[in-house]
Every structure is written in C-alpha cells, then in structure tokens.
Write a protein that binds this ligand. Structure first.
Ligand SMILES: [Zn+2]
Length: 118
C-alpha cells in the first residue's frame, strides 16, 4: 500500500501532529513542517452516520466513521471505506489511511482495511 496522508512533524523532537498547529504539542518548538507519509493503524471505535450536512457524504449514506490510533502515535477521525466487502468494522482491525477530495474538494482522511495476512 503506497497511499499517504498529510500532517505535521516537529523538526526538533520528531513528534507527529494532527490537527495542524503553529507550535509542537510535545516540546512547543515553532520548527514544525508539513509531511506526507504512509500511515496505518488500528481501529479504536466506529459508528454509522445516517445524516450529514456534507453533500459528498449525503450521496453516500449511510457512511461509516471511525477513530484510528496510527502506528506513529496520532489518533485521527477517518471515513471508513469497507469497499465491496460485507465485513463489519471491528475494533482493533488494521487500516491503511489515504486522502481523497471529498469536502468541497478539500481532502478528507479515508481508511481501508489492510489486506489479510499483513
Ligand atoms: Zn517537538
């Protein structure tokens, strides 16, 4: 999987950060930069949305959202894309993250299940 997501990383202590900040949340350094990296992690919890104000998702209801603890330590809310699978999301399942245009052409985080056997 070569999908990537954008976030920030501190140049001093290397701590990844999201949401975006002007100072590092770990060491308060202003020396932070935008990075684009591969990201994967474990699903912590999820729910099914039946109502949304976002036109992109109104066309795709019900949609799944979840909270993922990434291997780099970040915790991020994502849209779950289970693809054509009938599989129900399970806490602890491994997910790979990617960004796609969704919110008025702004990028949103999506997570797809990692292939079994990884
Ligand atoms: Zn730092």
């Amino acid at each position: 999987m070569t999908d990537t997501i954008s976030f920030q990383r501190c140049n001093d202590c290397k701590q990844p950060q999201y949401p975006l900040r002007e100072l590092c949340g770990q060491c308060l350094s202003p020396d932070i930069r935008a990075v684009t990296e591969e990201a994967s992690g474990a699903l912590l919890s999820w729910t099914r949305l039946h109502v949304t104000m976002e036109p992109y998702f109104q066309e795709r209801l019900p949609s799944l959202v979840g909270e993922v603890l990434l291997d780099n330590g970040l915790m991020i809310m994502v849209h779950l894309d289970m693809g054509l699978s009938e599989e129900t999301p399970q806490a602890g399942m491994r997910l790979s993250l990617t960004e796609r245009p969704a919110l008025d052409d702004r990028l949103a985080y999506f997570a797809v299940p990692e292939p079994k056997g990884n």
